[in-house]
Design a protein around this ligand. Sequence first.
Ligand SMILES: C[S@@+](CC[C@H](N)C(=O)[O-])C[C@H]1O[C@@H](n2cnc3c(N)ncnc32)[C@H](O)[C@@H]1O
Length: 243
Amino acid sequence: MNQTHFGFKKIDEGEKAHRVRSVFDSVASKYDIMNDLMSMGMHRAWKAYAVMVAGLRSGEAALDIAGGTGDMAQAFAKQVGPNGLVVHTDINLAMLRQGRDRLLDEGLMLPTTVCDAEALPFPDARFNLVCVSFGLRNMTHKDRALAEMARVLKPGGKLLVLEFSKVAQPLSKVYDWYSFQVLPRLGKVVAGDDASYRYLAESIRMHPDQAALKDLMQQNGFAHVDIHNLSFGVVALHVGIKC
Ligand SMILES: C[S@@+](CC[C@H](N)C(=O)[O-])C[C@H]1O[C@@H](n2cnc3c(N)ncnc32)[C@H](O)[C@@H]1O
């Protein structure tokens, strides 16, 4: 069997989805509070920026992949309005349930589907926009997932990949210290789980950097790709257009 990475560990490809599922089963109930604490609230600004770039119009259709607790789906639902469509999906039922409950509390009842980004259960050319926010990093075959995202987009449709990326060099030491010393301790105290937050730090280091991800998107159906670095490259928004 082929090998892949789970953080810094090398494992059989067939094991990865199971291990990633365990991480998100473990953190689901504390996911939102941990996001605010770890990023000092910055994840809200990164997501708001991506939503602004999405620029969905009333009546359009959007797909939120690896949508977790629903931040992006909620914002897209406001953009498309009552005549539009936002489908909220994730491979993990525990994360999706948290999201569904939050969306219901906000008065939003969106179609919600458990599905693997590598085999999307939607027809070709269905959506104006597809978004994957902090999810691509966890996928075993990123190329397959990107090709699926291209398939379900209409020609001229937009893919947003919001993801941790390669931080600017002058910040890398302090960022490493924060990632490997602070995050696992915070995870232990707040979520009772340091290992999942060590995986988070490791998986960020193993994820393709800005240029490599742009190449991967170009090889899998996105002829035009723009990169928007956020917070000195801590996060990057890749915007791909299906041509
Ligand atoms: C860090 S959370 C991101 C949640 C949300 N999008 C956000 O920005 O807050 C990553 C999500 O990716 C999901 N995920 C991992 N592998 C996946 C796959 N192959 N297909 C769909 N979702 C996946 C996980 O279940 C998890 O909910």
